[in-house]
Design a protein around this ligand. Structure first.
Ligand SMILES: C[S@@+](CC[C@H](N)C(=O)[O-])C[C@H]1O[C@@H](n2cnc3c(N)ncnc32)[C@H](O)[C@@H]1O
Ligand SMILES: Nc1nc2[nH]cc(C(=O)O)c2c(=O)[nH]1
Ligand code: SF4
Ligand SMILES: [Mg+2]
Length: 215
């Protein structure tokens, strides 16, 4: 029996987020998540999916001839076989990123992978799941993300930025508005007013394709 993963979808699109935003990227979305962020735009990946072998997934990815591959979910680290998948994607020569809630241990992820760790804000209603031990594992190849639902979330994110010196520790600190929950212009203005060393971002794929799955 070969190693398998439960997969919701594999698709080719433009990366909508993070430091590679705008670049053509293959997405591998793993099924299942132990969290329930109130804003989650990927709840369709909580269940269902198809059990697939790593060979099968790698073959489909290769068919797109990509440079960038993003492993997301659901919560990818909830399936242990994501670790050999990430390793094999790196071995195949792709630039690989992993989107994770940060609720699970990131230590064993291949160091070639850019780990995008979402520090869950109080507004997500899942901030009690943050695994703060992950922060000391971050390198300049990694990214930290805050999805901000309110001014209170913004103030909380700024306090974590300072407390953990995140702008020095990670390669990027990303501040993203929770879709339709906080005014994006307000968030941009707060960042400029406070002269923060963070990168503001909008989810490009929602501007381009609204909220269609598989884009
Ligand atoms: C769907 S999650 C999958 C990976 C992992 N479970 C996580 O939360 O990072 C991918 C990213 O989308 C973000 N996201 C989900 N719903 C969102 C929304 N409504 N507005 C902005 N970002 C959102 C998450 O916070 C996370 O950074
Ligand atoms: N285009 C596009 N970019 C993305 N970046 C992160 C995504 C995700 O759902 O994790 C995502 C997604 O679903 N679509
Ligand atoms: S951790 Fe990620 S996939 Fe899970 S509910 Fe939160 S945003 Fe959605
Ligand atoms: Mg998404």
């Amino acid at each position: 029996m070969q190693d398998t993963l439960r997969i919701t979808e594999v698709f080719y699109s433009l990366q909508g987020e993070t430091r590679t935003a705008g670049l053509p990227t293959v997405f591998v979305r793993l099924t299942g998540c132990p969290l329930r962020c109130q804003y989650c735009d990927s709840a369709y990946a909580f269940s269902g999916g198809t059990l697939r072998t790593l060979d099968d997934i790698l073959e489909q990815v290769a068919g797109f001839r990509p440079r960038y591959v993003c492993v997301t979910g659901g919560e990818p680290l909830a399936q242990p076989n994501v670790l050999p998948l990430l390793q094999r994607l790196c071995d195949a020569g792709y630039e690989v990123s992993l989107e994770t809630s940060g609720a699970l241990d990131i230590a064993r992820v291949d160091t070639r992978v850019s780990r995008v760790v979402d520090l869950k804000t109080p507004g997500s209603e899942e901030s009690h799941r943050n695994r703060y031990e992950n922060i000391e594992l971050l390198t300049r190849n990694d990214q930290v993300k805050f999805v901000i639902c309110s001014r209170e979330d913004y103030d909380w994110a700024v306090s974590k930025l300072i407390q953990y010196n995140l702008a020095e520790r990670a390669g990027e600190v990303l501040f993203s508005p929770s879709h339709h929950q906080v005014n994006a212009t307000d968030l941009a203005d707060w960042i400029v007013a406070d002269n923060l060393p963070v990168r503001f971002q909008l989810q490009l794929h929602k501007l381009l394709w609204n909220d269609e799955p598989g884009r």
